[in-house]
Design a protein around this ligand. Structure first.
Ligand code: FAD
Length: 468
């Protein structure tokens, strides 16, 4: 073996949760070891998630904006897509960030042990590397093992025409006919990319709306746009079979009326959710409980049932988002370092970086209705925003939910270009306990999309005078 290492704090996994925890613990004076099975740090988010998808979505946005400029009096030619160049751009962005993590680890003297880690006891992890085994003993541990794409039993995943998000980001080719199986955030972001690159995209979703979780009215403008652009959007429909034939993948659909149909595709992207990696680390040998699905339960300080072992990020539950993992990572590191900290965020914003973007934070109307929570709302349609009209994209809307008792903001949702950037103001308002007057009296720069937050508050108050 390669010998033994001791860590005051060992972090299992180097995704956003893991590296945030490792760096914070090191900054607080702990001697830290971080274990990662892959040669690059950064986990799903940096290597095959948030970052490469956003690089591709940027390219998609430029392509579709150029297409649509014809309606505003400027025409460009058909784009010439060089997949190698595109891939280089995306890989370059990823490399810059993952390389940056190497530097940040060195600067903090965080030791990286590369290989696959498994618990062998409550204070021991064995790491199987290419060149042998390293035994890491630890005082405290932070599990940040993340998640992986869910596979479906009736889909031939070993056929190279069946891909997951990681395969989609490899950009091997631009299929003529592509099925996106799953109308959630990840599936729709990839659909946005491949539609722009020229694929004929069909989306199939089991539920009665895309992005289940977001309010129906917020999803509507996105639905309208992709319905017009894509080959088909099938709701309340399940895939019952994917047959790999030589010429194509033959996919059988069944709708809620029990009607079936079979359609051929060149590629099928499966994006039906992610499954936590909790079952793959022999956690039981450390006494850490993992549920049937692979999640690890934690308390408000990110502690598992074993008090010196913490868990964070995708492996502890929904929402599986990088910013949640980072926040939890810092909490765990601070608690492990003896600080009084707990996870007490009021809201975790969600964003679909589709075109238009869909973003929400705090209470949704769907959730309020389901739980019988009283609310009032202020809604501002972007058709009355001078900036949205100037951008040629006025289909958006900004919605704020208020507590009827004290007019405090308790939720908000935005659909439209840049909604993902705009939702932070709503998150801040909720964290700070701001009310409608606070948002209505804050002077926002004109003309901006951010004004729509101010206008939505004024719509609720009935004080709006100038809709432009
Ligand atoms: P991960 O990032 O999954 O990292 C876990 C790490 O642990 C991995 O590197 C893994 O190799 C390592 N590991 C696991 N087990 C072991 C072991 N036994 N031994 C050694 N190493 C191990 N979230 C957002 O907030 N915004 C986005 O825009 C966004 N876009 C996404 C797009 C896509 C296509 C995908 C797939 C995901 C996206 N996500 C996004 C989700 C985001 O990537 C995750 O929420 C985030 O990466 C979770 O971080 P984590 O630290 O919990 O785990």
């Amino acid at each position: 073996g390669k010998g033994d290492v001791h860590a005051e704090v060992v972090v299992l996994g180097s995704g956003p949760g893991g590296y945030s925890a490792a760096f914070r613990a090191a900054d607080l004076g702990k001697q830290v070891v971080m274990i990662e099975r892959y040669p690059t740090l950064g986990g799903v988010c940096l290597n095959v998630g948030c970052i490469p998808s956003k690089a591709m979505l940027h390219v998609a946005k430029v392509i579709t904006e150029a297409e649509e400029m014809a309606a505003h009096g400027v025409s460009f030619g058909k784009p010439k897509i060089d997949l190698d160049g595109l891939r280089d751009f995306k890989n370059g962005v990823v490399k810059q960030l993952t390389g940056g993590l190497d530097g940040l680890s060195k600067a903090r003297k965080v030791k990286i042990v590369q290989g696959y880690g498994r618990f062998t006891g409550p204070n021991m992890i064995e790491v199987q590397g290419d060149d042998g085994m390293t035994t890491v003993s630890f005082d405290q541990c932070i599990i940040a093992a993340g998640s992986e794409p869910v596979k479906l039993p009736f889909v031939p995943h070993d056929d190279e025409r069946v891909i997951d998000s990681t395969g989609a980001l490899e950009l091997k080719d631009v299929p003529k006919k592509m099925l996106v199986l799953g109308g959630g955030i990840i599936g729709l972001e990839m659909a946005t990319v491949y539609d722009a690159l020229g694929s004929d995209v069909t989306v199939v979703e089991l539920m009665d709306q895309i992005i289940p979780g977001a309010d129906k009215d917020i999803v509507k403008p996105l639905m309208a746009r992709i319905k017009a652009r894509y080959a088909d959007i099938l709701l309340k429909t399940k895939v019952t079979e994917v047959k790999a034939e030589k010429s194509a993948l033959k996919v059988t659909f069944e709708n809620d009326k029990g009607e079936t149909s079979t359609v051929s595709f060149d590629k099928v992207l499966v994006a039906v959710g992610r499954r936590p990696n909790g079952k793959l680390i022999d956690a039981e040998k450390a006494g850490v409980a993992v549920d049937d699905r692979g999640f690890i339960a934690v308390d408000h300080q990110q502690r598992t049932g074993v008090s010196h072992i913490f868990a964070i990020g995708d492996v502890v539950g929904q929402p599986m988002l990088a910013h949640k993992a980072v926040h939890e990572g810092k909490v765990a590191a601070e608690v492990a370092s003896g600080e009084k900290r707990a996870f007490d965020a009021r809201v975790i914003p969600s964003v679909a970086y589709t075109d238009p973007e869909v973003a929400w934070a705090g209470l949704t109307e769907t959730e309020a209705k389901a739980k019988g929570i009283a609310y009032e709302k202020g809604v501002f349609p972007w058709a009355a925003s001078g900036r949205a009209l100037s951008n040629g994209r006025s289909e958006g809307m900004t919605k704020l939910l208020f507590d009827p008792e004290d007019d405090r903001v308790i939720g908000g949702a935005i659909v439209g270009t840049n909604a993902g950037e705009l939702i932070s103001e709503v998150a801040l308002a909720i964290e700070m306990g701001a009310d409608a007057v606070d948002l209505g009296h804050t002077i926002h720069p004109h003309p901006t999309l951010s004004e729509t937050v101010n206008f939505a508050a004024e719509m609720f108050e009935g004080t709006i005078t100038d809709l432009m």
